[in-house]
Design a protein around this ligand. Structure first.
Ligand code: RUB
Length: 304
C-alpha cells in the first residue's frame, strides 16, 4: 500500500488525527496522494484502491464521515484511461475536502445566529463543527460563556478549552460527572457528531447521551452541529452503527487492578427525542428529518 495511505491510516487509528470531520478529510487526502503517485496498470490501480479503501475504513469504525468521504472520492470516478481515472480521484478528493471546510463554516454561521447574547453554552469532547458555532458567535460580538467537559478517557476537552481560551472566550473546564451539577447554569448544549442514523439518533463521544438526558430534564436545548456527510445511508437499510471499543489502558493500567475487567466504549447514541435540532450546512433541521437528508444529499452509494 502507498506509504501515505499507511501513514494517514495509522494516524487515524492512533488518534493523532481525530474528530469525524478531520478523519474524513485525511482519508480523502490519502487517496489523493495515492492517485498522484501511482504508475502501473488500470487493473492494478483498481485493486490497490480497493485495498486502500478497506484499510482506511477499518481504522475507526464508528464515524460514517470516513466511509462517506472514501465513497465520495471513489464512487464518482470517471474515465477509462489511467490518467483520467487518477485525475478524477484527485478532483473528487479535493472537492470533498473543500466541501467539508465550507460546510463547517456554514454550520458556524447558521449556528451562531441562533446563539443569544449572554448565553452560557456547554460542549463535550472536541468537535470542530460545534466549536465553529461558538467561535463565530463570539466573533460576531456576542457575550458568551462556555463550560466544557474534560472528556475522559482521552481528554479531548483539553484541546477545546485551550482553543476557546485562545479565542478570548470565557471558558470553564469541568469533569464529565459534573454536568448535572452545572446544568442549571447552562442555556444551550452544543455538541458534534460522528454519525447520524436515519431515525435521527446521534452517535458522538461517549457521555453525550448522558448530557442530553440531563439537558432534557432541565429543559435546556440540546443542539448537534454536523455536516451532512455525518449522516449514515446504511442505517436506512437497517445497519447498526458499530460502537468502537478502545483498549483498557486508556482508562487505567489493568496490571494495577488484578481481577478487574475494563470496558471502554468511546461513543454512544443519543435518541432523537432528546435532540432539539441538528445544524447542518443545509440549514437547521429536526433530527426526524435525518432520512430526508440521507435521501437528498448522501448518494455516495450503499453497500449491503
Ligand atoms: C471526537 C468526537 C467529536 C465528533 C465531531 O471523538 O466525538 O465530537 O467526531 O467532531 P474522537 P467534528 O476524539 O474519538 O475522534 O465536529 O470535528 O467532526
Amino acid at each position: 500500500m502507498h506509504p501515505k495511505i499507511i501513514e494517514i491510516g495509522e494516524g487515524i487509528k492512533s488518534m493523532k488525527i481525530r474528530g469525524a470531520g478531520r478523519i474524513a478529510r485525511a482519508a480523502a487526502e490519502a487517496l489523493k496522494y495515492f492517485a498522484e503517485d501511482y504508475s502501473g496498470t488500470v487493473d492494478e490501480f483498481e485493486k490497490e484502491m480497493e485495498k486502500a479503501k478497506e484499510y482506511l475504513l477499518s481504522t475507526r469504525p464508528t464515524a460514517v464521515s470516513l466511509r462517506n468521504a472514501v465513497y465520495y472520492v471513489i464512487n464518482r470516478t470517471e474515465g477509462d484511461s489511467l490518467d483520467k481515472i487518477k485525475e478524477s480521484i484527485i478532483k473528487n478528493a479535493e472537492s470533498f475536502i473543500n466541501l467539508s471546510f465550507s460546510a463547517v463554516k456554514k454550520i458556524g454561521k447558521f449556528g451562531a445566529e441562533r446563539i443569544r447574547d449572554g448565553s452560557v453554552i456547554l460542549t463535550h469532547c472536541n468537535s470542530s463543527a460545534a466549536l465553529e458555532v461558538i467561535i463565530q458567535a463570539h466573533r460576531s460580538g456576542k457575550e458568551i460563556k462556555v463550560f466544557n467537559t474534560e472528556t475522559r478517557p482521552w481528554l479531548q476537552g483539553h484541546i477545546t478549552s485551550r482553543k476557546l481560551a485562545e479565542e478570548g472566550i470565557d471558558v470553564t473546564m469541568i469533569v464529565d460527572s459534573a454536568v448535572r451539577y452545572f446544568m442549571r447554569d447552562i442555556d444551550i448544549v452544543i455538541v458534534g457528531a460522528d454519525t447520524i442514523a436515519s431515525n435521527g439518533a446521534v452517535i458522538n463521544k461517549v457521555g453525550t447521551s448522558q448530557i442530553a438526558l440531563v439537558a432534557h430534564e432541565a429543559r435546556v436545548p440540546f443542539i448537534v452541529a454536523a455536516e451532512t456527510y455525518k449522516f449514515s445511508p446504511e442505517t436506512v437499510i437497517g445497519k447498526l452503527v458499530d460502537i468502537e471499543e478502545r483498549p483498557a489502558e486508556e482508562i487505567a493500567n489493568p496490571k494495577e487492578f488484578p481481577g478487574v475487567k475494563f470496558r471502554n466504549p468511546v461513543f454512544d447514541a443519543t435518541p432523537p427525542e432528546y435532540i432539539d435540532a441538528i445544524i447542518t450546512e443545509r440549514g437547521i433541521i429536526s433530527p426526524y428529518l435525518a432520512y430526508q437528508i440521507i435521501k437528498e444529499v448522501i448518494n455516495f452509494g450503499v453497500e449491503s
